[in-house]
Design a protein around this ligand. Structure first.
Ligand SMILES: [Zn+2]
Length: 169
């Protein structure tokens, strides 16, 4: 089921999410909804807080469903390694129509549980490394705007406030 994606300003997006304690049917259902919502957006990643659930789960698929093995589901993820540096434009389904250049490590290794509850790890470089870090940030209540400094950040936040006041956000 496709769920509404919350936007910058919603409390759940600005707070750390809780670890998943047990892989219940409800969690399996939630993950299904996250995948449906990500593909429908369309987006290359989605974290549970973005659909209002404060749990440490994210889904990533750089192929947006075009490749059979493209989908990555991470439950209770953590970084094993991070290295290098990349500077690329970044956006977020919770901050539509805005993007900015964000500095990120260029390579990461993330470990977590898959949908079956088995622990595994995935290495990501380039865009995949960026997607992993962006989604991990969501689980800590951080949005890409929070990683910007100075004028660029102020400009985006001010525009969002203006849209919110106008009832257009
Ligand atoms: Zn995002």
């Amino acid at each position: 089921m496709i769920r509404p994606i919350l936007r910058y300003g919603a409390d759940v997006l600005h707070q750390p999410a809780e670890p998943v304690r047990e892989l219940t049917g409800e969690i399996a259902h939630l993950i299904g909804d996250m995948i449906d919502t990500m593909y429908a957006a369309p987006g290359v990643g989605l974290a549970a807080p973005q659909i209002g659930v404060p749990l440490r789960i994210f889904v990533v698929d750089l192929s947006i469903g075009r490749e059979a093995d493209g989908l990555i589901v991470m439950i209770n993820p953590s970084f094993v390694e991070q290295g290098g540096m990349q500077l690329e434009e970044e956006g977020c389904l919770s901050i539509p129509d805005f993007n900015a250049t964000v500095v990120r490590p260029s390579r990461v290794v993330v470990k977590g549980l898959d949908r079956g509850g088995a622990e595994y790890q995935r290495e990501g470089t380039g865009l995949l490394a960026r997607a992993f870090q962006h989604e991990m940030d969501h689980l800590d209540g951080t949005l890409f705007v929070d990683r910007l400094r100075g004028i660029k950040r102020d400009m985006i936040v001010r525009k969002i406030r203006k849209l919110t006041r106008a009832g257009k956000w």
